[in-house]
Design a protein around this ligand. Structure first.
Ligand SMILES: Nc1ncnc2c1ncn2[C@@H]1O[C@H](COP(=O)(O)OP(=O)(O)OP(=O)(O)O)[C@@H](O)[C@H]1O
Length: 503
């Protein structure tokens, strides 16, 4: 039985038709995957269903009746719930307070706590209503968002890239919850770039390319590479490094320590590591174990004692970001909106922001806009960033395309050391392969590359060495060749176990 029917949905933005005559149906109790490369139109489509975007043409029906939500409130009251990629929670408030804020008519705090506990028990989503959100892991924060949705008794739950912040164990827990919901008749529209997960979870998939439906499949009977091919229209190749040889040490951390930057941050504790020219050094860890703090201490956003961070033997721990860039160290932080990129500024302005020093984009204090525009255009071309022009605002790009832009911008500055945090977060299979290949090419040309990622497959695919970050401590590195997921799991948990034994 059909729950939601989409017929001929079309939505154009200046220079691009984001959704072009899209028609498909989502059955009751069906877990329906929405697949497509970056910019294919997935977010636009689900925003239309959630009442955030008004289609130019086409129609929707819900349970057979016309469905034209004018805003998210109307969509919610019709039974549509959505968990966004970026959580909208207040760190300083409790779980229950956060959930009450999103409700039209919240019940009394006591009743609400009881409801939260009951939903959390029923659906295998362990969470205490009184916990302060700032103390929660990414997986637990997502549970808050899911419970918030489930309290509305949704008919359709939309999830946009829900597993990118989760550990393998948390992914299993989430899938258990989603399967139970589907068994009870809730439909789920599931957006993800992780094709293996789609094969494990989804009953049906609709594939979009350039705003159009280009295919459908049963993911259980289709290989990941066949789905990737349908998405991009050609077969993908696996990234490869030309040479395994490494040169002298370029980056060295000596007992790097830094206090937690804020109440919910992580202190860095006595981190030592060396990275050589030509090496790709992978750092794995569950989100919130010091990844952002480590990137900040390396990029210069956080300053430390000078010799805690050395570049080609020179202490740089006290230098600000621009001086580090000039010395040859570039970094791409994880959060693209507002950190790696200024959303309201054009791509040219964003290119200028980190490229000014190394790409020589100003002279005698005057910015050279012509050169900056050229630099932005080169990034767009080399990294296949789908956008109408260099003057487009960063916020108008789809998530994956902006990610390609910010990572490409640092790679193209040809740094001696590149630090990237979650380089392919939210990026489709083809673009992820091209970003990974570009990182390997950079190492092949003699740069030292540090890849911090929660995607362990990514680290195994491109890194020479692996170290685990746990509560602000970094393990000793091991070669990735022959490393199994089991051993990585032990390394990720290792420091905690030692601490537990110590305690
Ligand atoms: N508000 C907007 N203004 C202008 N263009 C937009 C806007 N929103 C989306 N677009 C464009 O519409 C197209 C589809 O974008 P959309 O975000 O729907 O893609 P997506 O499939 O969700 O991509 P991703 O996987 O990268 O998140 C892209 O070319 C994007 O640049």
């Amino acid at each position: 039985m059909t729950l939601l029917n989409l017929s001929g949905l079309t939505k154009a933005y200046p220079g691009v038709v984001a959704n072009d005559d899209i028609s498909f149906a989502v059955g009751k109790g069906e877990i329906h995957a929405l697949l497509g490369e970056n910019g294919a139109g997935k977010s636009t489509l689900v925003k239309t269903i959630y009442g955030l975007v008004k289609p130019d043409a086409g129609a929707m029906s819900l349970n057979g009746a016309p469905f034209t939500p004018q805003n998210p409130r109307e969509a919610r009251s019709a039974g549509i719930a959505m968990v966004f990629q970026h959580f909208s929670l207040f760190d300083a408030l409790s779980v229950a307070e956060n959930i009450a804020l999103g409700m039209e008519n919240p019940p009394s705090p006591r009743d609400l706590s009881a409801q939260i506990t009951s939903v959390s028990n029923d659906y295998g989503l362990p969470l205490s209503p009184d916990s302060i959100v700032g103390d929660l892991s990414a997986g637990e924060r997502q549970r808050v968002e899911i419970i918030r949705c489930l309290l509305q008794n949704p008919k359709l739950l939309i999830m946009d890239e829900p597993t990118s912040v989760l550990t393998p164990g948390e992914v299993e827990t989430l899938f258990g919850t989603l399967r139970k919901l589907a068994d009870e008749g809730t439909s789920i529209l599931y957006i993800s770039h992780k094709l293996d997960e789609i094969r494990a979870l989804c009953h049906h998939a609709t594939i979009l390319r350039l705003g159009k439906v280009v295919g459908t499949c049963n993911p259980r009977e289709t290989t990941s590479s066949a789905m990737a091919e349908m998405m991009v229209g050609f077969a993908l190749s696996t990234p490869k490094k030309a040479s395994d040889s490494t040169g002298e040490t370029v980056l060295e951390l000596r007992g790097l320590s830094a206090p937690a930057p804020h109440r919910f941050g992580t202190a860095l504790r006595d981190i030592s590591m060396t990275v050589s020219a030509g090496q790709v050094y992978g750092i794995g860890g569950v989100a919130g174990n010091g990844q952002d703090e480590l990137v900040a201490a390396l990029s210069g956003e956080t300053k430390t004692k000078g010799d805690m961070v050395c570049l080609s033997g020179q202490p740089i721990g006290t230098l600000p970001p621009n001086a580090r860039r000039a010395a040859g160290l570039c970094a791409a932080p994880e959060e693209r909106n507002g950190h790696a990129a200024a959303p309201d500024m054009s791509l040219t302005e964003n290119a200028l922001m980190t490229g000014n020093t190394r790409m020589d984009l100003s002279k005698n204090g005057f910015l050279n806009w012509h050169k900056a525009r050229d630099f932005a255009a080169q990034i767009i071309e080399k990294f296949d960033v789908r956008t109408p022009s260099t003057e487009t605002a960063a916020r108008a790009l789809s998530g994956g395309n902006l990610q390609k832009f910010v990572v490409g911008r640092e790679i193209m500055q040809n740094p001696k050391v590149l630090i990237v945090n979650q380089p392919t977060w939210g990026v489709d299979a083809a673009a992820a392969a091209s970003i990974r290949q570009a990182l390997l090419d950079l190492a092949d040309q003699g740069s030292a590359v540090v890849v911090i990622s929660q995607d362990l497959d990514e680290i195994l695919e491109i890194a020479d060495s692996f170290a685990a970050l746990n509560e602000g401590r970094l393990s000793a590195p091991v070669p990735t060749q022959g490393l199994t997921m089991e051993k990585i799991g032990l390394m990720l948990g290792g420091a905690t176990e030692q601490e537990a034994a110590h305690a």
